[in-house]
Design a protein around this ligand. Structure first.
Ligand SMILES: [Zn+2]
Length: 181
């Protein structure tokens, strides 16, 4: 028993004895001391574990994001610029906002994008959302319709009446105010 244990204490790779015996205050202690290959293995496993955790975290953040399929893979890098100067200006601002996210997001600064329909506002916000998630910043990609639905769901029993009466007014302040009467 003692011998087989000793054999297991010898690293099969570098041959180092990883067992240390000591007597402290008359009590025998056995310590395990990592050899270099063992430490390296542990480090590799730790990195793999961290990488897996990061991926899981990003996947979880993505699932909470509620971003449409169309926008799941959009990034600043893959966005074509140089066509519309006003889009480029907005693009640069959004990208800068993200690059400085540690100051902007964490200090509660927002960014307001406005412009005509189909000019790329959603695209830019999706680029921002995807960038921020890659930095583990939780993002909720939503709109007034979704927010209103979430509010509605908190009213349970009356929600169908609520939906029938007010769903066409979604996005207006009345929607929430009327329900609270
Ligand atoms: Zn070893």
């Amino acid at each position: 028993m003692q011998d087989s244990k000793k054999v297991a204490d010898i690293c099969p790779t570098c041959g180092k004895n990883r067992r240390r015996d000591a007597v402290i205050c008359g009590v025998k202690y056995v310590f395990h001391v990592m050899c270099e290959c063992e430490a390296k293995k542990e480090e590799t496993e730790k990195k793999a574990r961290e990488s897996r955790d990061r991926m899981q975290k990003i996947e979880k953040l993505q699932s909470l994001l509620l971003l449409g399929e169309k926008y799941k893979a959009v990034t600043f890098e893959r966005t074509q610029t140089g066509i519309n100067p006003s889009f480029d200006a907005a693009f640069n601002r959004c990208e800068k906002y993200c690059e400085l996210y540690e100051k902007t997001v964490k200090n509660g600064y927002g960014i307001y994008i406005f412009g005509d329909k189909s000019i790329g506002k959603t695209h830019l916000t999706a680029c921002m959302a995807n960038f921020l998630i890659s930095k583990y910043v939780p993002v909720l990609f939503t709109n007034l319709f979704e927010i209103s639905k979430a509010v509605e769901s908190t009213f349970n029993r009356e929600s169908s009446i609520f939906r029938r009466n007010y769903s066409k007014q979604l996005g207006t302040k009345n929607y929430i105010a009327k329900k609270r009467q």
